[in-house]
Design a protein around this ligand. Structure first.
Ligand code: MOS
Length: 702
């Protein structure tokens, strides 16, 4: 392994290599892949939340000029594996959630496919469904583990006794909403089944991982992986929703096999994405903190209730960050799920940490209030010396540095701790703070190949760039590991024809793929020295992580909130984050990740909320008119900074993942700022004006 301690390309704010083609509109996204004579697909969705399809009348659709085929459970191919019930589409008559695909129209144009889908008549035998999450349900159960593979419950010491003995305590319930990922590019797949020989399926799919998609689809269709190629050079955002294949990929592959030799294209509509591509479960978090008068925490307990779907379990790990954030001799965390007749939940930026740092970080603010202690100082007083639970030393932990640096930059020292006492015109003004954290993850498998091509170096690995910067940052890492100028390095990613790469998930991409690239460069230099001949080639794979250290990135986020005295409208004119995330590979793309995450956190705090009507099992605001995502006019100043952090343990580059930490803690910082502005603790997200209005009505106006 060779990587310079003072790199030359790494750390430079090089522009994105894919920037020009994206700005020019010539970057080819999955749906736009040039394919002659393509057919178009449109899915028919169930309008009940539970029951059976008793009749499907496709005659009118089939009679429509331009309709090529209508696939139904009656004529669709039988899949080789139906173990993943989310992907087992058109395999039976059962309806398990509203919006489930019950038929698929194949036509010569997307318009005709959509029209044809509207002509399919579906009759159902409806059964009573259950789509309501409540903490007092009697059927809550403990999953075997929580995402990705963590213990469901943990317990140390005696929380109840410690809480009973605590001089100061907080016991409150916090809730976060259901949220849907809305990447600009919808979930889209093009597919071509070449019937010659053994058959070969090519998928152009908007995905966070071409190899994981290939593995999943090979299993569903009973193909050898060698019979499948997945291609994805560009992704218009994923945020986790493209981290695992959803039903669009299976539908496209199925239709391609139904019309052999003819390519097909499927792009889900925005509305369809609200039932078919995953979402973040709502959470109900009971948080309990106990402390001594001096602010030393003696008990931390977080009990989370969430939902999952009846057909496939996803257990979001929202109780997990409370296991390692602060020191405490007594601690317990639990997760309980309700399995409901709802679409399948999945990954959304920082699953676990994102919702799981809302309750505890507001509870910390409430504890600080009751102690009469500054909330920055309360956090600093409860720094653990080693990782709680595991007892491992941290590879690096600079939460305190982030809090201190952020406090200086934000102007925290001038803050009057009393809530509801500052006015600017008709607005009440407040500030708040919360902490961020995200684990450093390394996937077990990824390989890179480096080849000399004339004067240049080609780096090949099936990695993904979701808009995150991979095209650029892998070139920087390769250049330094090879000891050559970055302009000579070509990166090739997003294709299963390149060596196997792990999913762009869990902020693990740079650690995993970057390590494989450094290994490949080490092998290349060992084999060829400094004068490699044309055609010289070497590969390297990511090695297991150092398991003697606990590895996490940290951050501190500060927010300023304004609450309108008459209307209760909440605005956040300023967010400031300071992060400690190892070596920053590229400040330009990193800053974009941090402020993107913080913007998404602001959106979670104030605007986003999927409204699931339990009477129908339907997300009623299932489009961008009803589901508001923070837009330019909602965002004021967002500043992201980072500490120079030298961590020799995380990986050869010294980098920690940065894709997700930006969203962690933002909503708590905003809620804490809203309390400071108007004196109302908003413990359930999003923070809408109806939740603060009651306190404003009681205030004297002048
Ligand atoms: Mo991220 S939610 O792990 O793709």
């Amino acid at each position: 392994m060779t990587f310079p301690s003072e790199p030359e390309a790494v750390g430079r704010d090089l522009p994105r290599r894919d920037g020009a083609v994206k700005v020019l509109g010539t970057a080819t996204y999955a749906y736009e892949t040039p394919l002659a004579n393509a057919a178009y697909l449109h899915a028919v969705q169930a309008t009940i939340a539970r029951g059976r399809v008793t009749a499907l009348d496709t005659a009118a659709a089939e009679a429509l000029d331009g309709v090529v085929a209508v696939l139904t459970p009656g004529n669709a191919e039988r899949l080789a594996s139906t173990e993943d019930r989310e992907l087992a589409v058109l395999q039976g008559e059962e309806v398990a959630f509203r919006g489930q695909v019950v038929a698929l129209v194949v036509a010569d144009s997307s318009e005709v496919a959509r029209h044809g889908a509207a002509l399919v008549r579906v009759e159902y035998a409806q059964q009573p469904h259950d789509a309501e999450l409540r903490a007092d349900r009697e059927d809550l159960y403990a999953p075997e583990s929580v995402n990705p593979d963590l213990p469901t419950d943990t317990s140390e010491g005696d929380v109840d006794a410690a809480l009973a003995a605590a001089e100061v305590s907080v016991e409150e319930t916090y809730t976060t909403a259901m949220y849907h990922n809305n990447p600009l590019e919808p979930h889209a797949t093009a597919a071509l089944w070449d019937p010659a020989g053994e058959g070969f399926l090519t998928l152009w799919d908007s995905t966070q991982g071409v190899h994981p998609t290939r593995t999943a689809l090979a299993s569903v269709f009973g193909l050898d992986e060698a019979q499948l190629r997945v291609v994805c050079p560009y992704v218009g955002g994923g945020f986790g929703s493209k981290g695992q294949p959803h039903v669009n990929v299976v539908l496209a592959a199925m239709a391609a096999r139904a019309v052999p030799g003819r390519p097909v294209r499927l792009a889900l509509t925005r509305q369809q994405m609200f039932s078919l591509t995953g979402y973040r479960t709502p959470t109900i978090q009971r948080c309990r903190l106990g402390a001594d008068r001096d602010g030393t925490i003696t008990a931390i307990a977080v009990d989370v209730v969430e939902l999952t779907s009846r057909i496939k379990e996803f257990a979001e790990q929202s109780g997990v960050p409370a296991r390692m954030m602060y020191a405490s001799p007594n601690r317990s965390t639990t997760h309980r799920l309700a399995a409901l007749d709802v679409p399948v939940p999945s990954w959304m930026r920082a699953p676990g940490e994102c919702p799981g740092m809302f309750g505890p970080e507001v509870a910390m603010d409430e504890l600080a209030e009751r102690l009469g202690l500054d909330p920055v100082e309360l956090r600093i007083r409860n720094e653990p010396a080693v990782e709680p639970g595991s007892g491992k030393p941290f590879s690096s932990r600079n939460l305190v540095g982030c809090l201190r640096e952020g406090a200086v930059r934000f102007g925290w020292a001038e803050r009057d701790p009393r809530p509801g006492v500052r006015r600017r015109g008709d607005w009440l003004v407040g500030t708040g703070v919360a902490a961020s954290t995200y684990p450093v993850s390394r996937m077990p498998k990824s390989t890179a190949t480096i080849r000399r091509e004339g004067e240049r170096y080609a780096v090949e690995i099936g990695a993904a760039d979701l808009g995150t910067g991979t095209w650029t940052t892998l070139a920087q890492i390769a250049a330094d590991a090879l000891g050559v100028t970055v302009a000579l390095v070509d990166v090739r990613i997003g294709d299963t024809d390149y060596p196997m790469a792990s999913v762009a998930g869990g902020s693990s991409g740079m650690t995993t793929w970057g390590s494989a690239v450094v290994e490949a460069a080490g092998a290349f230099r060992a084999k060829y020295g400094s004068e490699p001949p044309d055609g010289a080639e070497a590969s390297g794979s990511v090695q297991p992580a150092d398991d003697r250290h606990a590895m996490h990135a940290f951050g501190a986020q500060f927010a300023e909130a304004h609450v309108h005295l008459d209307t209760g409208e909440v605005r956040v004119p300023r967010l400031l984050g300071v992060f400690a995330a190892g070596r920053i590979i590229n400040p330009r793309t990193a800053r974009s990740q941090f402020i993107g995450g913080m913007t998404m956190g602001l959106s979670m705090a104030l605007h986003e909320q999927s409204v699931l009507d339990p009477r129908t099992g339907h997300v009623v605001n299932h489009d961008l008119a009803g589901y508001h995502i923070t837009a330019n006019a909602d965002v004021g100043a967002i500043e992201a900074y980072w500490l120079a952090e030298d961590d020799p343990h995380v990986n050869a580059m010294g980098s920690k993942g940065i894709g997700e930490i930006g969203i962690v803690g933002t909503a708590a910082a905003v809620s804490n700022a809203v309390w400071h502005a108007c004196g109302v603790r908003v413990r359930d997200l999003p923070i809408t004006l109806d939740k603060v209005l009651h306190a404003l009505e009681e205030r004297p106006r002048h």
